[in-house]
Design a protein around this ligand. Sequence first.
Ligand code: HEC
Length: 179
Amino acid sequence: MSPMNKSLSLVLAVFAATLVLSGCSREEAPEEPQVEEPQVEASPAADAADDTMSPQEERHELMESVKEAAQVVGPMLQGKEDFDAEAAMAALNVWADVGGKFGDLFPEGTETGYDTEAAPAIWEDREGFNAALMKWRDATAAAIAAGPQTLDDARAVIGPAFDTCKNCHDDYRIEKEDE
Ligand code: HEC
């Protein structure tokens, strides 16, 4: 057995844990459960943020774009969609983009409000939060540097980046139930 099978099952578990349970309670319209076609714009994360937003809204929007990118790449790693190296790279770039600014969006005074899912642990243990953020950034940067051209390569390098989502959420995100 190749070690790939192990990492794939990890990817599947993490993907399910990260996405299936991650409803966004603040939006009126229910979210589409699945992205039909892999479509990633050059930098939706950049468009999502806007100066008039509160940090709570901005970090929510950024995580939404992270989720959309994950919904493109996750089904590919699961073998449900054809592997598309360009689309996978575009998704990784969204993660890298958000990873670069996410850490600035948790100033004092934004612990609550806007139905935030940010856990108090972010303010109580900023070092741990920053470390979790760096894990994601490092794993994403490594995946981008690897430039996976095949599904197997993608699983090997994007799988670890998926792991870092859950790693951070476990301690620093409170998942709110959808009503
Ligand atoms: C360093 C920590 C960290 C990492 C890494 C991280 N997230 Fe998050 N995520 C958060 C926090 C904190 C929130 C809550 C933000 C808020 O509500 O203010 C969140 C929220 C979300 C949400 C809910 C969106 C919303 O606000 O309603 C989704 C979906 C999500 N993350 C997906 C992902 C995926 C997929 C990855 C990996 C590709 C990832 N996250 C990586 C910390 C992280």
